[in-house]
Design a protein around this ligand. Structure first.
Ligand SMILES: [Zn+2]
Length: 362
């Protein structure tokens, strides 16, 4: 056990361990970087290392304090989940109790003022069961604007026995006043081979599915672990039908397959609850098509299992056609945010692509 079990981001881990070794842990740290690469996991590990009975630059996961830390974090996760379910806003923050190790997450869209108020109230008191306090604020960019000033002073000069670890994807989403008071540790996407190895150990996937999962995850361990090949396939298929209908337009004698286009437009618009997810798959296919058209040797496509098909389609679609599709997707996205049924957007795009009209012309 210990930091050796952490995957990827060796530089971030080394930075944390160096602070622990030297006993020079800054009062306030900021972990930033892409989603799903382990920022919160490393924060929880660091909290354990700060209280582990064996001391040093690691944690053992076996001593009484490490085990207690594990229990506390589990209880806090449960408490957060329970509070999020509550409809009544007053009850949601009723009876907040802060332990020496504390994981704070947004209870609504925000980390609420009351959560920060309670944090401040205990931050200046002596820790009661551990040698020190560690507050982890996950999704720190969601701290309610009214609470920022409350937090500012304590983050700026935490009591000697208190450490703050703020976790957020993009440090520029944080108020500069908070950001400037924290020592920043940057995380990066996890390398493909590390993710592939992990998938080989943890999940039953075929070689092809594993390669696809690693590419789709784009460096996110969490995404790779939760990748569902069947679900991805289900989402991708209507795009493939749509692209196929468009690519075939140029084939002599093939005629225009309007039916396939309309069917796929309907299928694409079906899952409106997760329309962004649908569009994301579409964008990944278009960017793959650009890759195979402009830089075929690079082998940089996300949809690795389709490389041969994409290579066949790309020249038929042409660069101008792919760009047209891309602006069509942008348009579908805008329509959807205005609550217009995206099916209309896809149908219009399909008609324009298949009939060779310029998008937007009447
Ligand atoms: Zn320990």
């Amino acid at each position: 056990m210990g930091f050796d079990t952490f995957l990827g981001n060796a530089r971030a881990v080394a930075a944390v361990r160096e602070m622990l070794t030297g006993g020079r842990v800054p009062g306030s740290l900021l972990f930033t970087g892409p989603e799903g690469v382990g920022k919160k996991t490393l924060a929880l590990m660091m909290a354990k290392a700060l209280v582990c009975e064996r001391g040093g630059a690691d944690f053992c996961d076996q001593c009484a304090r490490c085990r207690k830390a594990e229990q506390i974090f589990a209880a806090e996760r449960e408490d957060l989940a329970r509070r999020r379910e509550l409809k009544d806003s007053a009850r949601r923050v009723e009876g907040l109790v802060y332990f020496d190790l504390q994981l704070l997450e947004p209870l609504t869209k925000f980390i609420l003022t009351e959560q920060i108020r309670q944090l401040r109230a205990v931050a200046y008191t002596r820790p009661f069961e551990f040698p020190r306090r560690v507050f982890i604020l996950d999704e720190a960019q969601t701290i309610h604007w009214q609470a920022v000033d409350l937090l500012l002073k304590v983050v700026e000069e935490p009591p000697e026995t208190t450490s703050f670890i703020l976790v957020c994807p993009n440090s520029f989403e944080l108020r500069s006043t908070i950001r400037s008071r924290c020592m920043r540790i940057a995380f990066e996407p996890v390398d493909q081979p590390i993710i592939q190895d992990l998938l080989a150990r943890e999940r039953k996937l075929t070689d092809q599915q594993r390669a696809l999962a690693a590419r789709v995850a784009a460096g996110s361990v969490a995404q790779a672990l939760s990748f569902d090949p069947a679900e991805y396939e289900r989402r991708r298929q209507p795009w493939l039908d749509f692209l196929e209908a468009t690519a075939r337009r140029g084939d002599s004698g093939a005629g225009i397959d309007w039916r396939q286009m309309f069917d796929s437009a309907r299928a694409l618009a079906e899952n409106r609850g997760d329309f962004e997810g649908t569009l994301k798959v579409g964008y990944s296919l278009l960017s793959d098509l650009l890759h195979v058209l402009l830089n075929p040797a690079a082998n940089a496509v996300v949809n690795v299992d389709l490389a041969a098909r994409l290579k066949g389609w790309a020249p038929k679609l042409t660069l101008a056609g792919i760009e047209k599709l891309k602006s069509g997707l942008d348009q579908a996205y805008r329509l959807q945010t205005r609550n217009v049924n995206p099916q209309l957007g896809f149908e219009t795009l399909g008609i324009e692509m298949l009939s060779g009209r310029e998008p937007g012309s009447q």
